[in-house]
Ligand binder design. Structure first.
Ligand code: SF4
Length: 410
């Protein structure tokens, strides 16, 4: 195809009554990697009390009606069909390119005139999803399983009818909501298309769970997790190293390993604690009721956790809050290798450790945001210089720079 960047494509706007669909604030990193289509099944979090979480603070939980969700799916379908039509028109045989999306933006200024608008995010989401094969959908927000089963089944059916290429539909769920579903309901949801649930275990220790107000105890986590596994739905459990602080570090690691060994989920995802300034846990820290671990203590805690896992899950550290991405592999096969990677870090000389930690955090930051502010740049440069000079303040400067980088992490 000979393509000119000033080409425009006018969408057939008579085909739809709205041009945008709702999108929630987050999705798991794996859904970003797979370019999942994001469909918002409910708004915000029905629990919203976990001390470490600020994602939905001050946002009221709301159910969305099946009709509302279907209307959003209609918009996604419209965009899908228009992108495909434009692609065929310009000789791309159904494929997506940046120029193609630019042609759609240029051809429909009344929708995409404002670069901050939701319609533009929607267009980007659908375009990336098509480019990745239109195979995966992620249902937002924090707890889709709180929906009444017949309503969720209708949504799943509608998704599959509209997008026959779908291979995977996933969502976040609270353990409490999984507990409320009967085995038959979970089975029906699996048959209707739910292929994976992401549950935040965070900790398997009851004191930690109570302190952070997770609203679920170890036993409930285990029963809920096992129910999901037995239904055939793939289960991804998130654990949060560091959540027990100094006080409960070891028992947090041991009990989390114990709970997850019993559940034996398909995936164990590490999401190391970052105490956000706008979270209630930050207040507890200020009041002296929570003492966070240093990064090296956190690595030690992860070693205890991995060592005590007795299951056949796949462990992943795919969240930017984690220091050691090497903590990844199939258990039990890769356990020794993972422990070896942790030990390799622990044995580095002090200045090497500082350099490694700063470089890792910098890489995560730049990977997500591209550029740093002047202030961040200054802090990082100062830290690097002090490491190079092996200055006495190298550790404090590095910690300051890392903490400034982490403040921006999603
Ligand atoms: S249940 Fe999840 S989304 Fe809700 S407050 Fe807790 S961590 Fe945040």
């Amino acid at each position: 195809m000979v393509y000119q960047s000033d080409l425009t494509y006018r969408m057939n706007l008579a085909n739809v009554s709205q041009f945008s669909f709702e999108m929630g604030p987050i999705r798991p990193p794996s859904e970003g990697k797979d370019q999942s289509l994001l469909i918002r099944a409910t708004r915000n979090c029905p629990w919203n009390r976990c001390l470490f979480c600020s994602t939905y603070k001050d946002q009221k939980f709301e159910y969305r009606s099946v009709e509302e969700i279907k209307a959003d799916i209609d918009v996604a379908r419209f965009l899908h069909d228009e992108i495909k039509a434009a692609s065929w028109k310009f000789g791309l045989a159904g494929k997506v390119s940046n120029e193609l999306i630019r042609a759609i933006i240029q051809g429909n200024p009344e929708i995409y005139g404002n670069l901050e608008q939701l319609p533009l995010q929607n267009l980007g989401n659908v375009a990336n999803w098509i480019a990745a094969g239109a195979k995966t959908v992620f249902l937002q927000d924090a707890d889709t399983l709180i929906m009444r089963t017949p309503e969720l089944l209708q949504v799943l059916k509608y998704l599959k009818e509209n997008f026959p290429t779908l291979e995977r539909i996933t969502s976040y769920a609270r353990a409490k909501s999984c507990l409320k579903k009967t085995p038959q309901e979970l089975n029906d949801l699996h048959q209707a298309g739910i292929s994976r649930l992401h549950i935040g275990l965070e900790s398997g220790n009851d004191q930690v769970l109570e302190f952070v107000q997770k609203g679920v105890n170890q036993e409930q986590h285990i029963i809920a997790g096992k129910k999901v596994v037995e239904s055939g739905i793939s289960l991804s459990e998130y654990v949060m190293p560091g959540l027990g602080g100094r006080k409960w570090s070891e028992i947090h690691a041991l009990d989390s390993a114990k709970a997850l060994s019993e559940i034996n989920p398909d995936f164990i995802r590490m999401r190391s604690l970052v105490v956000r300034k706008n979270s209630p846990l930050f207040l507890k820290q200020q009041e002296g009721q929570f003492e966070p671990l240093s990064e090296d203590e956190l690595v030690g805690e992860i070693a205890i956790f991995i060592e005590n896992l007795n299951c056949s899950s796949y462990v992943i550290s795919d969240q930017m809050s984690n220091l050691l991405f090497e903590v990844e592999g199939q258990l039990p096969r890769d356990k020794e290798r993972i422990l070896g990677e942790i030990s390799k870090y622990q044995q580095k000389p002090p200045m090497e450790k500082l350099k490694f930690r700063l470089n890792r955090r910098l890489r995560s930051y730049l990977g997500a945001y591209g550029v740093m502010s002047q202030e961040l740049n200054r802090k990082v440069a100062e830290a690097l210089e002090s490491i190079q000079k092996e200055a006495p303040e190298a550790e404090s400067k590095t910690n300051q720079a890392i903490s400034a980088l982490k403040d921006e992490f999603i």
